[in-house]
Design a protein around this ligand. Structure first.
Ligand code: ZN
Length: 261
């Protein structure tokens, strides 16, 4: 099978993806990486048509995909909605009467939903550039809602990619299970707002997590939190949380904590 792969959106600037509890542009690149690896392990050909920076990324991505004669052009996305309750997986295709593509899309949806997501089904997306302009059969996968806490807690790029691969090919790639990359500090992002929950200090290389006087890494160090300590979180702005430290406000970088459920 020949596939054109697109990790949805750009990484920076125009065309950047949604940011909910996790960041769509980063997640689609994580999923895409496993998708490409997995497809290649099953001896399929994948052309990566991901555009990281552009003022017109959809045009460029489709132009790239149309260079190749592929069976499917697939674009990875996360959904986002103002109402945080919206959740689940859906797969969009150009024409619901295209039986062959519908069947594949239905299978992708079903496999992803088996990971715990609500199955929202196959939907018509003839307004979407990726589906309208690709010469080959095109599919757009909205794996989950980055604006829904439960969906995000189930996020595992490798499992999602493998489910998509199964939907496409009817077989699972032979890959070893890796930890979800989302837990690595450089990808950790939280939406701004009030967090009435606790956090656990993680990954500080045993040197402790600095409590800062302001929401930036250059401000004065007020104290340290040991790895593994549990703290009550307050308000998050730009990934910095305010916390109470010995009766005074301090700030910690959200990269180095996990939320305690
Ligand atoms: Zn998207």
């Amino acid at each position: 099978m020949k596939i054109a792969n697109n990790n949805g959106h750009t990484l920076n600037g125009t065309g950047r993806g949604a940011i909910g509890f996790i960041d769509e542009s980063i997640c689609t690149r994580q999923i895409g990486k496993y998708f490409i690896e997995g497809m290649k392990s099953l001896n399929h050909t994948v052309y990566d048509c991901t555009i990281d920076k552009s003022s017109n990324y959809l045009y460029e991505a489709v132009k790239e995909a149309n260079k190749y004669n592929v069976d499917y052009a697939i674009s990875h996305h996360l959904n986002c909605f103002a109402n945080e309750k919206a959740n689940g997986v859906e797969v969009l295709i150009y024409d619901l009467n295209d039986k062959e593509t519908y069947k594949v899309a239905e299978r992708i949806c079903k496999e992803i939903s088996k990971l715990g997501f609500k199955n929202r089904g196959v939907k018509q997306g003839n307004h979407l550039y990726w589906l309208r302009k690709n010469k080959s059969k095109a599919i757009l996968v909205e794996y989950l809602f980055c604006s829904n806490k439960n969906d995000v807690s189930l996020y595992n790029p490798q499992k999602l990619a493998n489910a998509c691969i199964y939907g496409l090919t009817n077989s699972y790639p032979i890959t070893t299970e890796k930890l979800p990359i989302i837990n690595s500090p450089e990808y950790k992002t939280y939406i701004n707002g009030n967090y009435d929950t606790k956090g656990k200090v993680v990954r500080t290389n045993n040197t402790g997590l600095n409590i800062r006087a302001e929401r930036n890494a250059n401000s004065k160090i007020l104290g340290k939190l040991e790895e593994g300590s549990i703290i009550q979180l307050d308000y998050c702005i730009d990934n910095w949380f305010s916390i109470w430290n010995n009766g005074k406000v301090g700030y910690i970088n959200g990269k180095y904590i996990d939320l305690v459920k």
